[in-house]
Design a binder for this molecule. Structure first.
Ligand code: SF4
Length: 327
């Protein structure tokens, strides 16, 4: 690990000013960044510790929604009564995202920034990986790709984004707020992560020195649920996952939102399926057809065709669970 300097930021302004130089990274829970440094994915020259910044730990209600400070711990968010009651999909996604120990250290702002679990990207040795070394190729395209993408991939990268909370936030149309020395912005959660067609080496739209300060979620969606399919029940990344949020009026679906996880380099919204679901009666055979219509753009790799029916059934299961909840 390359030596680095450590700076503890005393204020948001202090943090942003200290991140003006290249090779600087923000340190919060450290559960991902220290992995990157250990494997050699990142070799920052300076770490700016933002862990004690005031105001970024709070969860605050506002007129028709919730603001979650970026430094709120995953377990604190998942167990907040407002999140449990109004956004169960987010609470469930967080509780399935990591071990209890990690959830007591990792933050809601840091989790969506985690990088792909593609085995070549995380390999300790040199390997063809456009994300790790731009223009070096993609060993996974014809290699071990059974856990990788079925949507949105290119021959330059077929990886998937592993964050569970990010899938719930995309489903809820949350907004990620940021600050930067040149000004902050609000980023829609479904657009926070980047697909490889834009830049295969990128993971998300954050600029160097840009800091996530919080997450804002709109009106409550009590009929929402998260399903994660994995090879073991604890401390495992998803083969596929699905988040569903629905609203019912006069016995019919009036609004539906569906997002899949671990199928692309961003949480994958099934927009066609969402439209097709409007006006349907919960439990009718047409619901399955509507969800299936969201998979017209799916494309399997050499070893992961199983993920298409698995993802479809996971989305249907999440939808069923959401519909069964009380509004
Ligand atoms: Fe690298 Fe992406 Fe290919 Fe994995 S899928 S080897 S992360 S370029």
């Amino acid at each position: 690990m390359r030596p680095f300097t450590y700076v503890r930021a005393e204020s948001l302004r202090d943090a942003l000013d200290n991140a003006r130089t290249a090779d600087t990274r923000f340190l919060a829970g450290g559960t991902e960044l220290l992995n990157w440094a250990r494997i050699g994915i990142e070799s920052p020259r300076r770490l700016v510790d933002i862990g004690r910044l005031p105001d970024l730990h709070e969860i605050t209600s506002y007129s028709d929604g919730l603001r979650i400070g970026a430094l709120a711990l995953l377990n604190d968010v998942a167990q907040d009564p407002r999140v449990e009651a109004s956004y169960p999909v987010l609470s469930q996604a967080i509780l399935k995202s990591a071990s209890a120990q990690l959830r007591n250290l990792a933050t809601i702002g840091g989790n969506p920034v985690q990088r792909t679990r593609c085995p070549y990207f995380r390999s300790p040795g040199p390997v063809a990986c456009n994300k790790r070394v731009p223009k070096s190729g993609c060993a996974a395209l014809h290699g071990a790709n059974e856990r990788l993408a079925i949507f949105g991939w290119t021959e330059d990268c077929v990886a998937v984004q592993p964050s569970d909370p990010a899938v719930a936030l995309a489903c809820l149309d949350a907004e990620i707020t940021t600050e930067h020395v040149d000004g902050g912005r609000r980023i829609p959660a479904p657009e926070f992560h980047t697909l490889p067609g834009e830049d295969p080496s990128a993971h998300n739209v954050l600029r160097p020195g840009e800091l996530i300060t919080g997450i804002e979620i709109g009106a409550p969606v009590p009929k929402s649920a998260y399903v994660k399919v994995r090879e073991r029940q604890s401390y495992e990344f998803a083969l596929v996952s699905a988040a569903a949020a629905v609203e019912i009026r006069d016995g019919l679906i009036s609004r539906a939102r569906l997002a899949l996880g671990s199928v692309a380099m961003r949480p994958w919204r099934l927009y066609d399926a969402e439209q097709a679901l409007v006006g349907l009666r919960p439990g009718s055979p047409a619901v399955r057809e509507a969800v299936t219509s969201g998979f017209s753009a799916s494309r399997p790799l050499s070893s992961n065709a199983y993920k298409i029916p698995l993802a479809r059934n996971t989305a249907l299961r999440a939808l069923d669970l959401a519909l069964a909840l009380e509004a």
